[in-house]
Design a protein around this ligand. Structure first.
Ligand code: SAH
Length: 222
């Protein structure tokens, strides 16, 4: 059998499987999520110089002082979002390099993603096109106000940590919709799930986490 040259080395299936195994050991249970982590080419979302580390369970720099989220966190947030739930539309705040966007796009009919740094968004858009994701819409904007035009949302996932939950995001949740968001100051953040119910909202806290802060306004640098 001829060797699959492309599959050898840092981006090989074996390396990806090893990452999935680490995530299982850390408590990720959803086979669907693990499958998507195995399938999604994380090396495609980072600088070539860092590609050899793409399947390590770590955050990595993506420029503009930002990082691609740690795979465990992407898996955990996705698992919380999809558990026993059909997702029509999902809003993501903090596109970054677009890795998590593409993971979510494999579970939802439509993903709407908002990023405040223009340069990051432009690169992410190119990746969505190259990988042929036609169910992702994106916008250069401040995620603190959400994206009301396409709401209310079945799911909202936030990739940067505010001190308190932005009101607009709660308002843009559909009935039974879920908001997964890291909350708190650097060094003491927790992952929070807010579910909209008939008579209000439910809150449930998960892991301690470490996200970049959610900032206000937009950044036009490219
Ligand atoms: N899931 C992304 C995470 C990137 S880090 C990835 O894996 O690449 C968090 C991102 O949130 C950064 O790109 C940062 O610019 C963005 N961000 C921070 N505050 C924001 C805000 N108010 N609105 C939109 N994006 C924001």
């Amino acid at each position: 059998m001829p060797l699959d040259i492309k599959g050898i080395g840092m981006t090989s299936q074996r390396t990806r499987d090893r990452l999935a195994k680490t995530l299982v050991e850390m408590g990720i249970k959803s086979e669907a999520v693990l499958d998507v982590i195995r399938k999604t080419p994380r090396h495609f979302f980072i600088d070539e110089a860092l590609a050899s580390r793409a399947y390590e369970n770590t955050a990595l720099p993506i420029g503009f002082n930002q990082t691609i989220s740690q795979p465990y966190i992407v898996a955990k947030m996705t698992e919380i979002l999809i558990k026993d739930k059909e997702l029509n539309n999902v809003l993501e705040i903090g596109t970054g390099c677009g890795y998590q966007t593409v993971v979510i796009a494999q579970f939802a009919q439509y993903v709407y993603t908002v990023e405040r740094v223009d340069g990051l968004l432009m690169r992410a858009r190119e990746r969505f096109q190259e990988l042929n994701y036609t169910n992702i819409r994106s916008k250069h904007s401040d995620g603190n106000v959400g994206w009301s035009a396409h709401g209310p949302y079945d799911g909202i996932i936030v990739a940067a940590a505010p001190i308190g939950v932005p009101k607009a995001l709660i308002e843009q949740l559909a009935l039974n919709g879920r908001l997964v968001i890291p909350i708190g100051e650097s060094g003491e953040q927790k992952l929070l799930l807010i579910t909209r119910t008939q008579d209000g909202y439910n809150e449930e806290f998960f892991d301690s986490v470490s996200f970049v802060p959610m900032l206000a306004g937009i950044d036009t640098s490219r």
